[in-house]
Unconditional design. Structure first.
Length: 326
């Protein structure tokens, strides 16, 4: 991202944000931008921020480039780091390897140790693919044994753009259902969870009458926008596609781009292009689900897995909700 684009993005957002501004840095691998890039990020945030305005930065990395210099920077400016780690070495390295097929697992673990040494807050992001979906107990045991207690599990669902068939590495519906149910069993721990799992805590929030934090379970999309390296703006990182470009912040202010009719259309599609959801007893949790997982027929690919999971866990979520509400 050119410096002019970076400056324009940050100044525009800081002006339009109210008491707080939240930036998420993703790639590719964002650390490839170099520490100088992120030093400019912080400088621009400080320069364009209003008095007492809070700023949050979170960054998603594979951890391979983490060293003392990065960790000191993150600690100084209170960045929250997400580290991509798909479990023990054999599962992590199944898809995450170098061009020479070298293992990246130990490098990632070394990066995590560096974050810990400098007291940088971090969470673990795990992709639930055709391999990891069959290993929920092993994953959870590995994470808890290593003291990783902030966990996020993302289902991998990718289609071949030409054949529209599911890619081999994607998770199957029945495997994802079993993964969630088994993971919940061990996480629940007789009503005393010891780890934070983002999906489960969002469902618990719904049971407690609170709005979920993840956009997939909100009434509408639109809790953020994506800014590409060249300044193009999109309504969602799953839909960085030409039909959904809102414009470019170098020619239109970010404030005006956020109000574009196309963005409103995208946000409302969450409820308009679903079938069978309005009568579903579990729609109060997922609110039609994420648009990314919809098939050509308009149905959510993961719907059957979620329905079974919601039914399987309802009593225990309600019990946790009652316990925490006292």
């Amino acid at each position: 991202m050119a410096d002019l684009t970076l400056k324009t993005m940050i100044s525009g957002y800081m002006k339009s944000a109210r008491t707080g501004a939240s930036f998420g840095w993703q790639g590719g691998e964002p650390l490839l931008a170099g520490i100088d890039f992120f030093e400019r990020v912080v400088a621009y945030q400080q320069s364009y921020g209003r008095s007492a305005q809070l700023v949050g930065n979170n960054l998603q990395t594979n951890g391979l480039l983490l060293d003392d210099g990065w960790a000191k920077f993150f600690r100084r400016y209170n960045f929250f780091i997400g580290v991509s780690l798909d479990g023990p070495e054999e599962y992590h390295d199944h898809y995450r390897y170098s061009v020479n097929r070298d293992s990246g697992f130990q490098q990632t673990m070394n990066g995590i140790r560096t974050l810990r040494n400098h007291r940088v807050e971090f969470s673990i992001l795990t992709v639930v693919n055709d391999v990891t979906a069959k290993k929920p107990l092993e994953l959870y045991d590995f994470f808890t044994r290593n003291g990783f207690d902030r966990l996020q599990f993302i289902p991998c669902v990718e289609m071949n753009m030409e054949s529209r068939e599911l890619q081999d590495y994607s998770v199957r519906v029945e495997d994802y259902r079993d993964f969630l149910c088994t993971l919940f069993d061990v996480w629940y721990n007789q009503g005393r969870p010891v780890a934070s799992i983002r999906l489960f805590e969002n469902i618990l929030a719904v049971y407690m009458g609170m709005e979920p934090e993840i956009c997939a379970f909100k009434n509408r999309c639109g809790s953020y926008v994506v800014v590409e390296y060249n300044g193009d703006v999109y309504p969602c990182d799953f839909f960085v596609e030409k039909p959904w470009v809102l414009g470019n912040l170098l020619s239109t202010s970010l404030h005006d781009l956020m109000k574009k009719r196309k963005r409103r259309e995208f946000n409302s599609r969450k409820m308009e292009q679903s079938s069978g959801c309005k009568t579903c007893e579990w729609n109060f949790i997922c609110h039609f689900g994420c648009q990314h997982y919809r098939t050509a027929a308009g149905e959510n690919y993961l719907c059957a897995a979620y329905r079974e999971f919601f039914r399987y866990t309802a009593r225990r979520f309600a019990a946790l909700s009652e316990k925490l509400g006292k």
